[in-house]
Design a binder for this molecule. Structure first.
Ligand code: SAM
Length: 255
């Protein structure tokens, strides 16, 4: 079954002119989550040999920048950079090639596998972290992130880091992924530009009342909605869900 499926996407890629069978993973992910749209500026990390780059170009038709340790054969309409995504200088090169902020950062980067599970998992998490760091630096507020992550001990901690930065986080294993693979694709939608993050604690004064009767505190110009709080109250609050334009918080203590 796995073998038939592998052969199916392998043959299909050959027939349809894609450099890698992984091209179908991006097509399937995008069909479900719509992260790359017409005109999107896309950064593709770990892009060699260029299957995702081909698909990203088709979907966006706009600026697409691909980066890999290996040299990437040119893809029409895309800029390619040879570099290490864990290095600052690579980030600077990508920023220069983009000439502004990106709408989407995608990463299919994977280490050379040693076969030693813990080592492979730790290396792949390092790459997923490097991808998140680049996404935080280069995405516009509201932009989208797609990253390959290998399951293992550090998976949950990494997901928490992604959840802190995006309004919503989804998981998906596309049909084109090999059945035996431990990979899972994580999709972060709507990069938060808010100055607060879930779990943070602040001391605030409630300034006004919202439409629903809840209290509103402002933190660095950002509205935080606090249930059961009234104007003038001085509170210690804990941030809950964070949205694009406001956040929710609960009362820890009245001061
Ligand atoms: C699964 S392949 C990507 C396939 C690609 N999405 C495609 O469709 O053609 C993973 C890539 O990650 C790259 N990679 C691994 N570590 C990297 C790093 N530190 N910086 C940049 N690329 C890296 C590898 O060189 C490899 O080409």
């Amino acid at each position: 079954m796995a073998r038939d499926q592998r052969d199916y996407y392998y043959r299909k890629a050959k027939e349809e002119g894609y450099r890698a069978r992984s091209a179908y993973k991006l097509k399937q992910i995008n069909a479900k989550f719509h992260i790359i749209r017409k005109g999107s500026k896309v950064v593709d990390l770990g892009a060699a040999p260029g299957g995702w780059l081909q698909v990203a170009r088709e979907l966006s038709g706009g600026i697409v920048v691909g980066v890999d340790l290996e040299r990437i054969e040119p893809v029409e309409g895309a800029v390619t950079i040879q570099g290490d995504i864990t290095k600052d200088e690579t980030l600077e090169q990508i920023a220069a090639a983009l000439g502004g902020q990106a709408d989407v950062v995608i990463s299919d980067a994977a280490p050379n596998l040693t076969g030693i599970w813990d080592v492979d998992h730790a290396r792949s998490i390092d790459l997923s972290r490097a991808a998140l760091r680049i996404a935080k630096r280069l995405l516009r507020p509201g932009g989208s992130f797609l990253v390959k992550v290998f399951q293992g001990d550090m998976f949950d901690d990494y997901i928490e880091e992604v959840k802190r930065e995006f309004t919503s986080v989804h998981f998906y294993t596309p049909p084109a992924s090999r059945k035996e693979s431990a990979e899972i694709y994580v999709i972060g939608k709507k990069l938060l530009s808010a100055p607060v993050r879930p779990g943070e604690v602040y001391e605030v004064t409630i300034e006004s009342t919202g439409r629903t009767g809840d209290g509103i505190a402002m933190i660095r110009g950002f509205a935080v909605i606090v249930k059961n709080a009234s104007p003038g109250e001085r509170l210690k609050i804990k941030i809950g869900a964070v949205k694009q334009r406001f956040a929710f918080a609960s009362i820890v203590e009245r001061i």
